[in-house]
Design a protein around this ligand. Structure first.
Ligand SMILES: C[S@@+](CC[C@H](N)C(=O)[O-])C[C@H]1O[C@@H](n2cnc3c(N)ncnc32)[C@H](O)[C@@H]1O
Length: 299
């Protein structure tokens, strides 16, 4: 057991359902017991243990997201006895490390998989996890799509997260979640180019067909409409595949422009109307090809 592991009791305070004695937090922004060493390693805290403007924003985002994830983790019955979480487009793995530090560490079981295409970030995360003794964190240098069939990842995963995973990486994370029968998916989409590119291609045709195409005539609107439509399609897809979906803000808009939080919880009720509306929207916007690429799972 490492320094950081020894600092807390065996189970998260919430999971135990009673208060525990922890060292007072050195900063009001930190949670009781939160590892200062980890936050310094992630450069969220400076060497002097302070927050700057950027890192305060990052911490606020991740902390807020953690509150949603913590609630889900507390309610789930793990597929395989131990909780599993896969974080796609992990980057420096802020989210994975913070979820491990605040939940999995004291739980004493469960595994977190960080999936990221940039090998150098994966290697850094591996080294950091080793230094901190976060031995149930695993890092894979591959795309979210490739991780679905990776032998290092279990056949089922309880929670899928994707925080600002670029472009279609969020769609890959959703496909991963469906394949792994995820009980919950927590998605904060990033920029999206795929649907905007399709809208752009058929713009002239659509403008001749419907006044609604005015909604994406100007290039800026094409991009915005593409993003908005993508997230609407993702939600319908999840509903058609047996998930109950909630869409909310992650933090106030002043903190991040990419602020939409989609939480999907498995209920097993595959909504037929959602599948029908998904198809109708794709036809209406001239995006039928996405039915065979992005939204191909059967309802
Ligand atoms: C904007 S960063 C977000 C990183 C981290 N989740 C965060 O919020 O700090 C997006 C990350 O997704 C990674 N990425 C892009 N496409 C990916 C894919 N298809 N599969 C996995 N990772 C991907 C990028 O390399 C990048 O590190």
């Amino acid at each position: 057991m490492t320094r950081t592991d020894q600092a807390t009791s065996k189970r998260p305070a919430k999971a135990k359902g009673r208060a525990r004695a922890v060292a007072p937090s050195p900063l009001p922004e930190l949670r009781p017991g939160q590892s200062v060493e980890l936050l310094q390693e992630l450069h969220i805290l400076t060497r002097e243990g302070k927050l700057n403007q950027d890192s305060r924003r990052k911490l606020k985002q991740v902390d807020h997201l953690f509150q949603f994830i913590e609630k889900l983790l507390g309610e789930l019955k793990p597929h395989a006895g131990e909780l599993t979480l896969a974080d796609h487009g992990a980057g420096k793995s802020y989210l994975g490390f913070i979820v491990y530090d605040l939940y999995f560490k004291a739980l004493g079981s469960g595994h977190i998989y960080g999936i990221e295409t940039r090998a150098e970030l994966v290697e850094r995360s591996r080294q950091l996890a080793e230094r901190l003794g976060f031995e149930r964190m695993h890092f894979l240098a591959m795309s979210a799509a490739a991780s679905t069939n990776a032998t290092q990842v279990p056949a089922s995963i309880d929670v899928v997260t994707a925080l600002h995973a670029c472009d279609t990486a969020t769609d890959e994370a959703i496909a991963f979640g469906l394949a792994k029968q995820a009980q919950a998916m927590v998605l904060v989409p990033c920029c999206q180019a795929e649907v905007a590119a399709c809208l752009r291609q058929s713009k002239a045709l659509q403008l001749a067909r419907t006044p609604l195409a005015e909604l994406w005539r100007h290039p800026l609107h094409t991009r915005e409409m593409g993003s908005q439509l993508t997230n609407v399609l993702r939600c319908l897809y999840l509903e058609s595949q047996g998930y109950q979906v909630t869409v909310t803000e992650l933090v106030g808009w002043e903190h991040s422009m990419k602020n939409e939080l989609i939480i999907a919880r498995w209920t097993g009720h595959k909504k037929r109307t959602a599948a029908e509306r998904l198809r109708a929207l794709l036809v209406e916007f001239g995006l039928e090809e996405l039915l065979t690429t992005r939204f191909s799972a059967q309802s």
